[in-house]
Design a binder for this molecule. Sequence first.
Ligand code: SF4
Length: 256
Amino acid sequence: MKLNTNAKVTWCPGCPNFGILAAFKNSINDLVKAKEIKSEDLTIFSGIGCHGKITEYLNLNTFTSLHGRAIPLALGTKIANPKLKAIAFVGDGDVYAEGLDHLIHAAKKNADVTVIVHNNQVFALTTGQFTPTSPKGLKSKSSPQGSIEEPLDPLALTLSAGASFVARSYALEIEKTKKIITAAIQHKGFSFVEIIQPCITFYDTREILKNKIEWLDKKYKTNNFYDAFNKISKSKNKMLLGIFYQVKKPIFEDEV
Ligand code: SF4
């Protein structure tokens, strides 16, 4: 199906956000073709940041929300009409700063919502300030002598909060990212997908990531919280990618 819109794409040329957009469109096309979803049942939300423009580039039911507020809109949609599929695109500055409480509570509720994070470890739309996932020491416009804070671990956080699907991917690996997005959309419950997305203009991590990224073993699959937590904690020096955890649990809107 035609998922493009006529909106002019204003991401920087070569921005890895294009990889996320391509992976998502491929995933939706596969799911629609397989009759697993109907495009008219999809509701797509975004927050504020470079990621937020993605809603303009998708010919689906989309809504660009306020900073950090994509998740409560997705949650409200599911409560009003549980048959719809709700997907929230968010950015690291957007969801781990302003919107952090919404992320934690949506995970805790296990609402049937998919959250896709464009994590570039910097506030890019405002031209480069450190975010909760920036590494300690990062020199940015708001930390000229280097950030003095340790970064947040979003996977450990959402797993602890109650997410029933936790995964991480890399924006430049489009096919693998598509598969993870598809698995997250197929999952019934709160699915959290963090996508590492270097900002090639304000914080280009592509070279650093070359030696850091590593995919989980193909056979790795767990519904054991502690196994998943250990796997996530051990991945501190590496950037481990893949589906860390998936479990069946009661869904918030069913319980409501
Ligand atoms: Fe992409 Fe960074 Fe440009 Fe934003 S500023 S469009 S994240 S490269």
